[in-house]
Every structure is written in C-alpha cells, then in structure tokens.
Design a protein around this ligand. Structure first.
Ligand code: PMP
Length: 456
C-alpha cells in the first residue's frame, strides 16, 4: 500500500516548493511509489510498463533483487568513509569496471552523476593537451553544470549566462534530418544491406559531415588546436539520433590529427544496451581516450565514472583531484552488483535479440502509418520520430504528440520524449523486458497511432 501524501498535496508541493519549472509529461502526472524490474506502480495500484527507465537509468530492472541484496549488505557494514582510506569495495569495483573496457582504458575516477563525469573528462582533456577549446555535436546533451552548458548543444538546457565558453558545435550527422541524409549509412537491424540513400549518392553523407567538423577545426578553433571532441554514438536526449556508420572513426582521426583527445559519452549507450556491443563507441569501431558513464552504471543509484589511460591520469595526478562521495562503499557495491547481473543474465544478448525484434516491428508500423517518419537505434536504445507526413518530414505538432503520449500512458505504457523538436518517442526500457512486453508496447502504440490517424 501507498504511504505518503495524496496526489493533490504532492501537486501543490511540486507547484510551489519543488523545482516548479520541471515538466511532468502528462495532463495528470503519474504518481509512482513502487517498482519491480520493468514495471512501475502508481499510488492507486495501477501498473505501468516502463519503456523509459527513469531516462535510461534503470539498467537491469527496478529494485533488481541481486542489486538490492548487495546494497542492503553494504548498508549494514559501511556507507561512507573517504578515499583517503582504503576500503575493499571501491578497489574491487574499479578493477571489475576497467575489465569491461578495451585497450589502454584502465584508470577510473568515480563520480556521482553524468554531469560530474563529463566535467571531469573535459577538465582532463584541457589539462592534458594544454588547450582550452573543444568540439561537440549540435543536438548533443552532455550535462547541466555551468561548465557543460557550453558543451551541451540544445538550447532548452542552456541559460542566458556566460558559462561554459570554449566549445564549438559541429553540424550534427543526423541521417534523417541532416543536410546530406545518410539514413541507409547507419546500421539497421530492420533492413540489413539496404541501398544507399545519401542525398548526393554513393554513401558520401558521412564524409560530408566530417568535412564540417574539419571546417570547425580549421576556421573556428584558434590556431587549429583543440583539447577534445565529445559525442555519444546514439544521441539520447537529442532523440535517439544514430550517427552514420563510420562517422566517429573519421571524426576521431581528424581530432587526433589536430592534437585533440576523443571523449565517448556512454551515459546512455553503455553497459550492453546497444546489444551488438557493450559500449556505444565499439559499435562505431573506435577506442576513445576518455569514456564517461552514469545512469545505467548504478541501475538508478546516483553514480558516475570516468575511465581514461594511465598517461592522461598522470597529468591529473599533478594536482589534487578529490570527490567526497565518488566511489563510496555503497555505490561501489551497487555498481559491482550491476556488472554481475549484466554478465549473469546475458543482458547484452537480450538487448540484441529483443532490440532487433522491436526495431523490425516498429519499422513495419512505419510503413503502415504516415505519422512515423523514422525508426532508428540499436538494441534497446530506440527512437521513433513522428512527423506530419513522410514527405514534408515536418515535426508532429506538440499537441498531437501530447495526445499520443497521453493515450499510451492511459493504456499502461510509459514512453520517453525527446529530439530537437520534441517529436521523438524514446524507447529505452530496463534491459530485462520480455517479448510479451514488446508485443504489448507495439499493440498500444498501434492503437494510439490509429486513433491519431482517425482523428485527421
Ligand atoms: N550525458 C548524457 C548523454 C546524458 O543523457 C546525461 C543526462 N541526461 C548526462 C550526460 C548528464 O547526466 P546527469 O543528469 O547524471 O548529470
């Protein structure tokens, strides 16, 4: 049973005392109080299938029993000390986490959030290269700290203050909306081996987007010197925009030619969610110099991490770096249990199989409904972009989006929102869903889209 204030009291508190500006998605906010694996329950006892996982954060399942047991065990022993002393958990965890990374990525710094991780990564790159300027992609979200507001290239998340200067935003290699297309240059489980659809033909899109990046390096960055380039393999907040295959490889080559470091933001794409790979960057065939993680790393427990090479870590060693809670015993125990579950439950393989099925079925819906402009993603990192009609690609109006969302919620499925125009469905569930959940979600979506179509 639900314990706590009633919905009206909570709504009043929210309106007046708790982050009043933050949206709650639905006309009547969902008032949740309990979760188990892929499900959430509201205070009236209604169950929802959670396809957004607390913004791609609940990786192995709400209150996963193995993770709960590990946290409970550690809670009774020691919550917090400081990294000035040694404690076993953080060391065991650091060792376990780096074993998941390729190449020379062997040194970990533990933080409490994704923003902290990206702040530290950018600082590391600046310290190591002795250069201030950096490059990110338009439509990318990397955090909300004053430092990162300049890195994030979505105006929704930026204030009109002089913060985070020194970052330049290159043209987004968006295969659906980008000037050169490239839809078929991205790997699609729904349509393997499909022919090129680049605007100029012959799969040139990727090179043309990289040329834009080189223009920034040549003409925007002082003396052509750059500290770093940061990108996600599939942009999360930006609407699950899947970069064309090979983009990061070519982009990394350019950045390195100009002396910069490459940072992979794996806050949403990491820990097996891509299905084909454990990390998003691997799906693009690259090895970064710095990797940042958060969200799924703790299955909802607030934590984050930066992993880099011993050489870069040495630069950081020249000054004192300290984070009070980063890697506390509780977080380390939770993080370690999450890694165990991902291995034991073959989570990555589940993402690959169910993700391919989900994307393929959504693509069939795309051919049925004029309103579905694009279906994209890998594994359980999926995006569906809704448009007025396929030809114009005009983003679906906000009110129409809202009513589709409302209907899916009323039928018991919570889906994420995103994209530059707020017209993308973000499907990134806990990585423990079943085929029956996917079939149910597809049926619900079909119903909501049919209702929308009939109302036209
Ligand atoms: N990077 C990416 C890709 C993200 O999606 C987010 C959060 N949405 C962040 C960084 C920042 O993480 P946090 O909210 O934990 O600071």
């Amino acid at each position: 049973p639900h314990e706590g204030p009633d919905l009206q009291t909570v709504k009043n508190i929210r309106k007046n005392k708790l982050i009043p500006g933050l949206i709650t998605y639905y006309k009547e906010p969902v008032y949740v109080h309990q979760g188990h694996m892929q499900y959430l329950w509201d205070t009236s006892g209604r169950r929802y299938l959670d396809l957004f996982a607390g913004i791609v954060t609940v990786s192995v399942g709400h209150c996963h029993p193995t993770v709960v047991a590990a946290a409970e065990k550690q809670l009774r022993k020691l919550w917090h000390t400081t990294n000035i002393y040694l404690h076993p958990k953080i060391h065991e965890y650091a060792d376990q986490l780096v074993s998941k990374l390729p190449g020379d990525l062997k040194v970990v710094y533990l933080t409490n959030s994704g923003s902290e991780a990206n702040d530290l990564a950018v600082l590391m790159a600046r310290m190591h290269t002795g250069v201030f300027e950096g490059i990110s992609l338009r439509n990318g979200y990397h955090g909300a700290s004053p430092y990162l507001m300049g890195v994030t290239a979505l105006s929704t998340w930026r204030y009109n203050t002089p913060t985070g200067f020194g970052f330049h935003h290159s043209v987004n290699p968006d295969p659906y909306r980008g000037p050169w297309g490239g839809k078929h240059c991205r790997d699609s489980p729904a349509q393997p081996g499909r022919p090129c659809d680049c605007v100029l033909g012959q799969c040139q899109a990727c090179d043309l987007y990289v040329d834009q990046l080189e223009d920034v390096l040549r003409y925007s960055v002082p003396k052509g010197r750059v500290a770093c380039f940061i990108a996600e393999a599939i942009q999360g907040v930006g609407g699950s925009v899947q970069l064309p295959d090979g983009f990061l490889k070519k982009a990394y080559e350019k950045i390195r030619a100009y002396g910069g470091l490459c940072i992979a933001d794996e806050v949403q794409t990491g820990f097996g969610r891509m299905g084909s790979h454990y990390w998003g960057f691997e799906s693009q065939g690259v090895t970064p110099d710095i990797v940042t993680m958060a969200k799924g790393i703790g299955n909802g427990f607030p934590m984050g991490a930066v992993v880099t090479t011993p050489e870069i870590a040495q630069t950081m060693g020249r000054a004192l770096h300290f984070n009070t809670f980063g890697g506390n015993p509780l977080a380390s125990a939770v993080g370690s249990a999450v890694l165990d579950v991902i291995d034991k439950e073959r989570t990555q393989a589940l993402c690959a199989n169910l993700g391919t099925y989900f994307i393929t079925e959504l693509d069939k819906l795309r051919s049925e409904f004029e309103v579905i402009g694009d279906v994209r993603g890998k594994g359980l990192m999926i995006g569906v972009e809704l448009v007025k009609d396929k030809k114009s690609r005009q983003p679906l109006a906000a009110e129409e989006m809202a009513s589709i969302w409302e209907d899916t919620k009323d039928m018991g499925v919570l889906i994420g929102k995103g994209g530059l125009y707020g017209n993308c469905l973000r499907i990134k569930p806990p990585m423990c869903i079943t085929k029956a959940d996917v079939d149910f979600s597809l049926a619900v979506l079909r119903c909501a889209l049919q209702k929308h179509q009939d109302s036209q």
